[in-house]
Write a protein that binds this ligand. Sequence first.
Ligand code: MSK
Length: 626
Amino acid sequence: MSYSEKILSKSVDPATQQMLEFAEKQGLETAWDRYEKMLPQCGFGELGLCCRICNMGPCRISPFEDTGPKKGVCGATADIIVARNLIRMIAGGAAAHSDHGRDLAHTLLLTAQGKSGGYEIKDEVKLAALAKEYGIKTNGRSKEDIALDLAHSVYAEFGKQEGFVQFSRRAPERRVALWKKAGIDPRGIDREIVEIMHRTHIGVDNDPVNLILQGLKASIADGWGGSCIATEISDVLFGTPEPVRSQANLGVLKKDEVNIIAHGHEPVLSEMIVAAARDPRLLDKARAAGAEGINVVGMCCTGNEISMRHGIPIAGNFLQQELAVITGAVEAMIVDVQCIMPALGDLCECFHTKFISTSPKAKFPGAVHMEFNEEKGFDIAMEIVEAAVDNYAMRNPDKVFIPEDKTDCMVGFSTEAIVKALGGTLDPLLDAIKSGAIKGIAGIVGCNNPKIKHDHGHVALVEELIKNNVLIVSTGCNAIACAKAGLMLPEAADQAGDGLKGVCKALGLPPVLHMGSCVDISRILTVCAAVANALGVDISDLPVAGAAPEWMSEKAVSIGAYVVSSGIFTVLGTVPQVLGSPFVTEILTKIANDVVGAAFAVETDPVKGAHLMIAHMDAKRQALGI
Ligand code: MSK
């Protein structure tokens, strides 16, 4: 493979290609290089057949029929080991999303008590709507009093021992009845996650079906619980997103400004960074240092959060975090939690970039720790931004290389914004689906993964779907890939099939709607529930499908599990570590249909994946008689 072929094989994104070439010339290592050094990856691990749960192991089950051990020291078979490993991934993902939700609940509580530093209740309409869902009185009460009750109620969801998670009741009644029948209606968020850890301990649950059912239960607690709380409370505190113009890709970094990247997930930190960067004193200080201003940009889901609410540009998705540092133009990489590579520490040392960790839950080698807390949110954000401004003088212009690529996009399609764009009701969308102008709706989400050409899985899948009149709702790193590819502009409707193009042109909408960060997949669930309720059917009856073309994280495993548990057929573009158990594979790809009315498929070719989704939508349309 020639040098340029090698670079082109790694990413479809021109900015990424340029930066990879630049990095290689400088001798700087990236995730792609480390991935290559890992090859061949452990075959037992790839199949999910390695068990490290107790110290009699590690045990490895032979995948070959005739040779090698078929049971671990305790007697656990491949089916048990694969199922345990899988649901431990769900526990990790559900815990991450839900702890994000808990942090938002905490911020709401402090704000209601008047103890938070710089936060306020921005969306009183949503506050009242959520209060109504929880049966909290609103008449004649201050927003702080209502928020206090709401904060206590959502906080209680985590530690509940009995009953159900309130937002799960947004699902159609038939779906809830099905969850109850299957024993997977979650009682409390933390309880279901803890129960996974208990059941997967040596010598507890050794029935793969029973294990996977608990995995689904915890995932529902994530999607309809922890993630939903994160989304809804973020909207109350920071405003429910509305369509706004933004830009995406590394070209949003500016040569003559103090560049600050906010990377991670929770808007509690990034909202304050955005506010602090607008402070006149810091702006003056930046100018005094020779910069023309302070340029805050986002990365990964933090990028999605601040872009949706403020139009702040997004520098890139997961695999671009190191490339952003390699531009040599970043004064501070400010991180909180999730999807932050520990490799950033060593890399930042090659440049002047300050790598600033802020969460007591997430410390990194080589990072300066400036601990954030909500009581002093704005003040701490001011200190962090000031550290970035002070660092501008340390930039070496000879090391700066910023690719020019950046693409305009329209982001901010919360559920409320979509309904507003449709004229206040879902009817135009339902009519377009019934008439066939829109064949169906696809939720495309998830990460990047060096196992697949960067952004190719995302963009090729989405392009094929819109060509076939499938409306896309997108979050996470897929949303960033689509934004960079120009698919989040109303003009992108020209790439869609005639039916979808007509709908988009009539409403001024892009064919790919940016619905937010990973936790905002809860918005997609809410839209699906609303459409199903409007049609009087279950979510599994709708012509909808999901996909995670380049997924890699445990959060993505939990997302896939709750999307399927909600009745949505889901295509995975990278292979999950389950193939060591044909039985578990069959549960996930076939038997799940009998339990939750949906299942997974694995297809590494994104165009073929799109056609699996289209065939599924066609079958659902036929069953509905539309
Ligand atoms: S950031 S979980 S790499 S989508 Fe939410 Fe992207 Fe996946 Fe992280």
